[in-house]
Design a binder for this molecule. Structure first.
Ligand SMILES: [Zn+2]
Length: 439
């Protein structure tokens, strides 16, 4: 059955159509154009008139740890290493029910703010991945590891790092062919994962073709640590271990040198820019304009809520567009158009969903409707500029992924919001109490 959407406009990277019509069927966009220009409606077509709204592609979050919504507000004014220690102390008390509640809470927030796909490194198993599939979002799920003999989430799983490598490959087999689900390896970072185990993970990734999602050069402290320990910067160190022979999703990359950026871009590694998290933790400013100019595969990411403290990609877009204008004293350093492209088409491709992120014929029907009747939208002559600088996640009214409606007129259709919010409140309180008791 064909669904037909009428809207005030349609905005996709490089193209705006006013008074727009979009049609999709079987999860794919079948026609895009000005209203009335696409010929007769197919028989039985379902029409939605979204007057007062514009259509954009679903947004892609290129780096997050979604279940960490439960840790919102933890260690808010501490630097990276003390923050990490405080977060990990709480994570020791997480159960699978907690993680499920945190993940579903994150999906409520992501869907309601227009995110349709996310690359996530955390604890993952069949049940948690199935929860994403049931909610209807796209995910690249990377079970996190630090060392072969370390169980990262003891309340959730007994699997240590070594067992997690085999488990990751099993998950990839189990969800093979699911259009919404991709699996990646998730070695945490070069400073936290022993050399031999990183080498082993790279070997698994090369053999299986699965990507490696890791943190690289996020903080000045870890760069100093690696220089001290191995005499190399984190990017060079991982390159020399053979990382670039695998597909790579590299998060943060705040302190990559120009040489490292060149090597990673040449190898096709995808770099994820997380400006809010990088600033909140006092980690610095990544050279995003250089990434864009080099033609790198790039995404925007929120990182976890524990360093953000929300999952609204509109905030990342705005900050990504403005941050470097301030740093470089150049209002043209990063354009709204380029940031919008990264949040949609470029970001989706960077994490492996090249069929999404664009409102064009043949692409996946991952679509977001934004209200443009609010006080923040009068006037909105330049739509891309409106989306990046004036709009926010709160303007999202409707979301489809793969043609399935997940959110309609501000209501979730695939998740029980009341139930999830209550479970998340209970879980958040419980892990704090458990950690306090232990301390
Ligand atoms: Zn992260």
């Amino acid at each position: 059955m064909t669904t037909v959407l009428y809207a005030d406009a349609l905005v996709t990277a490089g193209k705006t159509v006013l008074d727009a019509e979009l049609r999709f069927a079987n999860g794919r966009i079948t026609a895009v154009g000005a209203k009335g220009s696409l010929g007769a409606l197919p028989a039985g077509a379902k029409v939605r008139d979204l007057r007062g709204r514009i259509l954009i592609p679903g947004l892609t979050n290129g780096h997050t740890h979604s279940a960490m919504t439960l840790l919102r507000g933890v260690s808010d004014d501490h630097g990276f290493m003390p923050w990490l220690a405080e977060v990990q102390a709480l994570e020791q008390h997480l159960t699978e029910e907690d993680v499920l509640a945190g993940l579903q809470l994150a999906m409520l927030e992501m869907i309601a703010s227009g995110t349709t796909a996310f690359a996530d490194m955390y604890v993952w198993n069949s049940r948690l991945i199935q929860a994403v599939s049931d909610a209807g979002m796209r995910v690249v799920a990377a079970p996190a590891t630090v060392a072969p003999d370390v169980v990262m989430f003891p309340g959730v799983t007994a699997r240590d790092g070594a067992a997690e490598l085999a488990h990751t490959a099993q998950l990839a087999e189990e969800f093979h062919g699911d259009p919404l689900i991709k699996i990646a390896f998730g070695p945490h970072a070069p400073y936290s994962v022993p050399r031999e185990f990183f080498v082993e993970t790279i070997a698994h990734a090369k053999e299986s073709g699965l990507p490696i999602h890791t943190h690289i050069s996020e903080s000045p402290a870890e760069v100093a640590q690696m220089l001290d320990r191995v005499g190399k910067t984190p990017g060079d160190y991982l390159r020399d271990l053979g990382l670039l022979d695998a597909k790579v999703l590299a998060a943060h990359c705040v302190h990559l040198t120009a040489g490292e950026i060149g090597d990673y871009v040449a190898a096709g590694a995808a770099l994820s820019h997380n400006p809010v998290s990088n600033l909140k933790l006092g980690n610095g400013v990544a050279d995003f304009p250089e990434w864009l100019a080099s033609g790198a595969q790039v995404s925007l990411g929120t990182d976890s809520v524990a360093s953000n403290n929300n999952l609204d990609l509109f905030e990342e877009m705005k900050l990504a567009a403005m941050l470097h204008r301030g740093v470089r004293h150049d209002a043209a350093a990063v354009t709204a158009e380029s940031v919008f492209e990264v949040a949609t088409k470029r970001g989706a491709k960077a994490i492996g969903f090249a069929g999404s992120g664009e409102l064009a014929v043949g692409k996946c029907a991952d679509i977001v409707a934004l209200n443009v009747t609010g006080v923040n939208a009068i006037p909105h002559d330049n739509l891309v500029s409106h989306i990046v600088f004036a709009a926010g996640g709160h303007d999202v009214t409707d979301v489809w992924v793969n043609g399935r409606a997940l959110y309609k007129d501000g209501e979730h259709l695939t998740l029980d919001a009341q139930n999830i919010k209550q479970r998340a409140r209970v879980s958040a309180a419980r892990i704090r109490a458990a950690a306090a008791e232990k301390a």
